[in-house]
Design a protein around this ligand. Sequence first.
Ligand SMILES: NC(=O)c1ccc[n+]([C@@H]2O[C@H](COP(=O)([O-])OP(=O)(O)OC[C@H]3O[C@@H](n4cnc5c(N)ncnc54)[C@H](O)[C@@H]3O)[C@@H](O)[C@H]2O)c1
Length: 249
Amino acid sequence: MGNRLQGKVAIITGGARGIGEAHVRLFAAEGAKVVVTDILDKEGEATVADVKAAGGDAVFMHHDVTKEADWARVAADTVKQYGGLTTVVNNAGFANLKGVEEETLEGFNAIVAVCQTGVWLGMKAAMPALKKSGNGAIVNISSLYGIIGTPSMISYHGAKGAVRLMTKSAALEYARQGVRVNSVHPGIIETPLAKTLPAEYLETISETTPMGRMGKPIDIATMSLFLCSDEAGFITGSEFVVDGGWGAQ
Ligand SMILES: NC(=O)c1ccc[n+]([C@@H]2O[C@H](COP(=O)([O-])OP(=O)(O)OC[C@H]3O[C@@H](n4cnc5c(N)ncnc54)[C@H](O)[C@@H]3O)[C@@H](O)[C@H]2O)c1
């Protein structure tokens, strides 16, 4: 156990599995009290049980990030449970592999609702408590695909690109109000989400990644850990790519 997040209270959305789960385990191990939120109750509860067994402090709350009322309840219950809120990782998200003509309005809206609207709702709901903390931090998990384009993910590119600029806008708005806001942009990472993509797609990305492999969820969590810790006290409105060199090409 470390202490880089001692005294922090963190909400991590989509914390039941994948990149979010790695955040939960790492943040708790570094001393944060962690509110794990997700629509997957069983997996979220199991993650919390593991954290507690390892000596950490965490609680699970059912939470659909697209619902404003869920956000209000999670923010209020976090403050009730832990006495405040210092940190939010807006991580929940999903993708599909649809191009411009193949995508449906329903599919487009569903991705935007979780990946983009959910991030804004999270910043909005958490901001009063973050400001009150005097030392708040938000990390929005975008994607390398929020910076570069590929031919077949129109909705995801749009939503993740929006997260990148919403992050900068919020960072500027709150720069003198004690809340830092940054975005993290993973390349391809081995998670349940990645496993829903076709095997040949994953192989091509791994092969064309300069480091020759997919990343691990912990590779993203360690970046967020730094950004949410006081070590990053002068960093706001910035974007951090963690992609094995892929975006450098
Ligand atoms: N895996 C990758 O290669 C990769 C690359 C770049 C960015 N990302 C981003 O990282 C984040 C985490 O992805 P992951 O790969 O760990 O995926 P994952 O599917 O393994 O985990 C995502 C979690 O978000 C939850 N979630 C989905 N919709 C939700 C909603 N409406 N409300 C609350 N929770 C919801 C899921 O239940 C799941 O537990 C996502 O934002 C994703 O876009 C992933």
